[in-house]
Design a protein around this ligand. Structure first.
Ligand code: NAD
Ligand code: LMR
Length: 333
């Protein structure tokens, strides 16, 4: 069989800590498949070019079979040229005591500039995943400044939160991580997010049962579980003095993998995507929903029951996203 044409994949912030964890997984074939050749187009800022050059050398030295070329640059027009997929990681991370939205003024301008560059040189079919915080609002701004690329091609990462929720439930039940599925993250990748297990299932003693039934501890699921997931990023910063990187890179790979490969029948994943008003959310914010994916197109899962507890939490995180949107638009003006 003839070899596939290489995909052009951009990673921004490629000299940073998430970049260092992400690039190897990507280059090995964990995201686009082990038969998919890749051209990696790596972006960082000029002062970090020497470090980026070191990363490029290391990628070369891995002698990985899928890598056709690795380009390191500080020019977004070079990094985004003809790309099929972008991991927009490059941005300032928060430090202890900050909320992610405290990064808004500093980071949102990066995404305005990068939206503009994507608009000029990326393929119109490019799939853009924003990881840099505040991820939802950065993705919104990036798309706003790339009007020739469909809005559906932009998303922000809440997969790390989904993975955290899954791992917390698995630990509570004493089952392997693979025995929990269907955890949903609603809203913002922030401390207002709503990790929701009311539609999740767990495999206990060989049988898949609803998580609320398996855990049988409503107080935990509506209390400690939610706050643990909401505050996990801060807990990692407090412990490492650096924000999460290995788990963030893994989640970015999971997100992009599923966007390209699709979700298995009957399963969904959480992604922050443009709200179309589903579940009475304000239209036009980047809100995390459960989605199914087929042929590279995501669709918001419809018809899930939302009780009063969930409604209140979903509205609170939507309100924060609307406020962030106003602030970001003002910062870019
Ligand atoms: P880091 O400081 O280690 O690396 C960031 C890199 O981005 C640096 O090399 C920096 O030079 C580069 N950079 C800055 N401005 C840039 C620009 N305009 N263009 C290209 N590159 C640029 O940070 P990190 O730990 O890798 O985190 C990166 C971002 O990801 C942060 O904003 C962090 O908060 C966010 N993050 C998000 C999630 C999530 O779940 N969405 C999880 C973890 C971290
Ligand atoms: C995380 O969730 O770990 C990241 O968004 C980093 C942070 O600032 O919390």
């Amino acid at each position: 069989m003839a070899a596939k044409e290489p995909l052009r994949v951009c990673v921004t912030g490629a000299a940073g800590q998430i970049g260092y964890s992400l690039l190897f997984q990507l280059a090995e074939g964990n995201v686009f498949g082990r038969d998919q050749p890749l051209i990696l187009q790596l972006l960082d800022i000029t002062p970090c070019l020497p470090a980026l050059n070191g990363v490029v050398m290391e990628l070369q030295d891995c002698a990985l079979p899928l890598i056709r070329d690795v380009i390191g640059t500080a020019d977004p027009l070079v990094a985004f040229k003809d790309i099929d997929a972008a991991f927009l990681v490059g941005a300032m991370p928060r430090r202890e005591g900050m909320e992610r939205k405290d990064l808004l003024a500093a980071n949102v301008k990066i995404f305005k500039e990068q939206g503009d560059a994507l608009d000029k040189v990326a393929k119109k079919t490019v799939k853009v995943l924003v990881v840099g915080n505040p991820a939802n609002t950065n993705a919104l701004i990036c798309s706003k400044y790339a009007p020739s690329i469909p809005k559906e091609n932009f998303s922000a990462m809440t997969r790390l939160d989904q993975n955290r929720a899954q791992a917390q439930v698995a630990a509570k039940l004493g089952v392997p991580n693979g025995s929990v599925r269907g955890c949903i993250i609603w809203g913002n990748h922030s401390s207002t997010q709503f990790p929701d297990v009311s539609h999740a299932e767990a495999e206990v003693d060989g049988r898949w049962v609803p998580v609320p039934e398996a855990v049988n501890d409503q107080q935990f699921l509506r209390g400690e579980f939610i706050t643990t997931v909401q505050k996990r990023g801060a807990a990692i910063i407090a412990a490492r003095k650096l924000s999460s990187a290995m788990s963030a890179a893994k989640a970015a790979c999971d997100h992009m993998h599923d966007w390209f490969a699709g979700t298995p029948a009957g399963r969904f994943v959480s992604m922050a995507v443009f709200s179309d008003g589903s579940y009475k959310t304000p239209e036009g914010i980047m809100y995390s929903f459960p989605v199914t994916i087929e042929n590279g197109q995501w669709k918001i899962v419809q018809g899930l029951a939302i009780d009063d507890f969930a409604r209140e939490k979903m509205d609170a995180t939507a309100k924060e996203l609307c406020e962030e949107r106003e602030e970001a638009i003002a910062a870019c003006a």
